[in-house]
Ligand binder design. Structure first.
Ligand code: ZZB
Length: 258
């Protein structure tokens, strides 16, 4: 499975667990199959309780992800030594919660790391970029934070990290409109990020239709089809240093029963 790894630059001053890296470039890296949606990023999701690591890449940059993803990268010629990860810090998601980032393509100059409790530790990098216009999971999680001040304070998230951020219309899909995820979440009456079954249904609804019938609205790509611009946008981000390609090994089903 080939993912686009979107590099979200951590802005200084760094949080205490990373402050010793002041002056060095640190990126939170998010795996996505939807590079054409990066125009609509509003925040970055991390799980407050899962362990993350910061490690040195071949070119001197520091990446942040789960240890498992770092190990995969070490076999993809991204670290100095094949199979070795030079870990410089370890911490949990909460240690890097509410941090400002600069992400490629989005119109929001600064976005923040926010908590998402449904992040899977064994998928992608454990860092997820948020596109609430086109991802129902992201829209539901953003609404949870917006509607519930106690949820924000529990993770020490300030109002200004959440309230100003609205879904951005970037793709028009027939019948679903220009904010397909918002449409799907409202139509299925999804109440929170924990509405698992309904969210799966909403995701399926916008994924397929978006891929086959979605038309870009953003400057430079207006009127073009999602399936025709996906690769171009990925390559453009890679060329600009905003992304790298990351391969995820097949996930084995480990079952001894039956
Ligand atoms: C941006 C984006 C924009 C995404 C969108 C989706 C959508 P899949 O297809 O099931 O393989 N993701 C990545 N890693 C994780 C994780 N560890 N835990 C939870 N979610 C994760 O899922 C790939 C997508 O799941 C990725 O693509 C990422 O969100 C999220 F408009 O990135 B995506 C309808 C979906 N739309």
């Amino acid at each position: 499975q080939e993912y686009t790894l979107v590099k979200m630059k951590l802005l200084e001053p760094y949080p205490s667990k990373l402050s010793f890296l002041a002056g060095q470039d640190i990126y939170l890296v998010a795996a996505t199959l939807r590079p054409e949606t990066m125009f609509g990023q509003t925040n970055c999701w991390i799980h407050p309780d899962i362990p993350y690591v910061a490690y040195k890449m071949q070119n001197g940059e520091v990446f942040v992800s789960t240890r498992r993803a770092a190990r995969n990268m070490s076999y993809q010629e991204m670290t100095a030594d094949q199979g070795k990860v030079d870990i410089v810090a370890q911490f949990t998601g909460q240690d890097i919660m509410g941090c400002p980032l600069s992400a490629p393509l989005t119109e929001y100059k600064v976005i923040y790391t926010l908590p998402m409790l449904t992040i899977k530790e064994d998928k992608g990098t454990g860092v997820v970029t948020s596109v609430p216009s086109d991802s129902p999971d992201d829209y539901a999680a953003l609404c949870d934070l917006k509607r519930k001040p106690p949820f924000r304070s529990k993770y020490r998230i300030k109002d200004e990290m959440v309230l100003p951020f609205e879904p951005v219309p970037i793709i028009e899909i027939p019948e679903l409109g220009s904010l397909a995820a918002v449409f799907a979440v409202e139509k299925l009456k999804i109440q929170s990020q924990n509405d698992k079954d309904k969210l799966a249904e909403a995701k399926e609804m916008v994924y397929l239709k978006g891929f086959y019938e979605g038309i870009l609205l953003v400057k430079g790509f207006e009127g073009q089809r999602v399936q025709d611009v996906k690769k171009t946008i990925q390559q453009q981000m890679v060329a600009d240093g905003g992304a790298v390609i990351y391969m995820e090994p097949e996930r084995k089903v480990m079952s001894r029963s039956g």
